[in-house]
Design a protein around this ligand. Structure first.
Ligand code: HEM
Length: 275
């Protein structure tokens, strides 16, 4: 039962993971470029880097080993659609930041002059880039009047933390493929009623217990870290979405939870000892 359920689950995770990659390519292009440490746009269909050492400073990936076509096929399901690289996406961000500043400017002025049709038109023309304009607020608070250097800096902020992203994704996918092989073996040997003849496999099963948890944490890291600096891609920068609750309040709550659950754990232990 466990082996068949495990095999079905492991296969579903690979299918769902593939689907997540496809969806992210449509809506979170920088995340995909970051996961792949793909600095330059490659001709379609792009290759998938099985190994590489991302160099964040010089914007290149050293010792890359690529499987040709694979990324293009997985991420776009086509042989002709290009996947933009990080540098190209940064250039796109610069244009969108400039447009976003115009939208922000119009919005500020509209607050004082709500019926101004010229301002309304200016806002509507660049509305979809407002979020990009907000990225500048971190470097130049009035947003409007940001220098080229500040705009470039805001555009550079759109590059996620490439190296940990690259490795977290590969370890997650590696574990996903391991689970398929693991449960295929478990299923086959259990169906033949021979699983007990492989004590080494049972040992592997025990030491593998934490692996799904590790894969989940890495997946979560890929999803959340990969979308930085956005809380909502292209709309709301994370630093503007943070809560106003102070750090000391967060500490007090966290300590409260730890103390509360520790007391519960101790009480439960003594309770079971007594009965
Ligand atoms: C071939 C195997 C796998 C592929 C291709 C894959 C692909 C992906 C991709 C592309 C994402 C990012 C989705 C996004 O940001 O929108 C992701 C996230 C995630 N993955 Fe995987 N994955 C695989 C295996 C696994 C395994 C084995 C686990 C756990 C047992 C796992 C757990 C997760 C979790 C928890 C997330 C975060 C979901 C979220 O917060 O939205 N993945 N995966």
């Amino acid at each position: 039962m466990a082996a068949s359920f495990g095999l079905a689950s492991a296969l579903s995770v690979v299918v769902l993971g593939d689907e997540s990659g496809y969806t992210a390519t449509q809506h979170q292009k920088m995340k995909i470029a970051g996961i792949e440490a793909m600095w330059e746009t490659e001709p379609a269909p792009a290759g998938f880097a099985v190994f590489g050492i991302p160099d964040i400073v010089n914007h290149k990936t050293n010792y890359e080993i690529k499987i040709p076509w694979m990324l293009g096929l997985i991420a776009t399901r086509s042989l002709t659609q290009e996947i933009p690289g990080i540098k190209e996406l940064v250039e796109v961000s610069k244009v969108r930041i400039r447009n976003g500043i115009l939208a922000y400017d119009a919005l500020q002025k509209l607050r004082k002059d709500r019926t101004n049709e010229v301002l309304k038109k200016q806002f509507q023309a660049h509305e979809q880039d407002l979020g990009y304009g907000l990225l500048v607020k971190r470097h130049h608070d009035p947003v409007v009047g940001a220098s080229d250097a500040q705009i470039n800096q805001a555009a550079a902020d759109t590059i996620p933390n490439v190296a940990p992203l690259f490795w977290s994704f590969r370890i997650m996918v590696g574990l996903g493929l391991f689970f398929v092989l693991f449960f295929a073996f478990a299923f086959y040997t259990s169906a033949k009623k021979r699983v007990m003849h492989y004590p080494w496999f049972l040992r592997v099963a025990v030491v593998s217990l934490p692996l799904p948890w590790i894969a989940i944490e890495l997946g979560w890291f890929v999803a959340e870290n990969g979308r930085q600096p956005w809380a909502i891609e292209g709309v709301l920068p994370t630093y503007l979405a943070t809560s106003s609750v102070s750090a000391s309040n967060v500490w007090i709550t966290l300590i409260g939870f730890v103390v509360f659950y520790t007391v519960l754990a101790i009480a439960t232990k003594y309770h079971f000892k007594m009965i």
